[in-house]
Design a protein. Structure first.
Length: 140
């Protein structure tokens, strides 16, 4: 268990491989992740690598000022519909493109991204939508 932001940062910066491994596999409380995000935003990308982060932490990171963090969240298979919907409206096309590439992105969001003004986004969305069977739902 990672008990503080300082411990997490120490594990990340360690030259000992087992410490770096703990940073990826050990759990931490929501307050630890929040403390890192608020006080050490340069470590947000390292939080993304942790296998135990909760949907709440994923949601919080999806609102980061750092496009690289939002891009990482958009690529994560654990990102839920609410987060992917939010990021599908991101100001940065590379984030929207990652949403379009995520295999967990709901069909309705993909359909919307097919109409995106950025060619890279709509190209990826159109490619991925063709790989899925069309869902017959009111919002698709």
């Amino acid at each position: 268990m990672i008990n503080s932001a300082e411990e997490f940062i120490s594990l990340i910066n360690s030259s000992i491989e087992i410490d770096k491994s703990r940073a990826i596999t050990d759990k931490a409380s929501e307050s630890v992740w929040e403390d890192i995000i608020l006080k050490h935003p340069d470590y947000e990308m390292f939080i993304l690598q942790n296998e135990t982060i909760s949907p709440l932490t994923i949601s919080y990171l999806s609102k980061s000022k750092n496009w690289k963090t939002r891009h990482g969240i958009a690529r994560k298979r654990k990102s839920g519909t609410e987060v992917l919907t939010y990021l599908s409206n991101d100001e940065d096309p590379i984030v929207r493109q990652a949403v379009a590439a995520n295999q967990k992105t709901p069909y309705a969001i993909l359909k919307k991204l097919c109409l995106d003004t950025d060619d890279r986004v709509n190209s990826v969305a159109n490619y991925n939508i063709k790989l899925r069977p069309q869902k017959q739902t009111p919002d698709s």
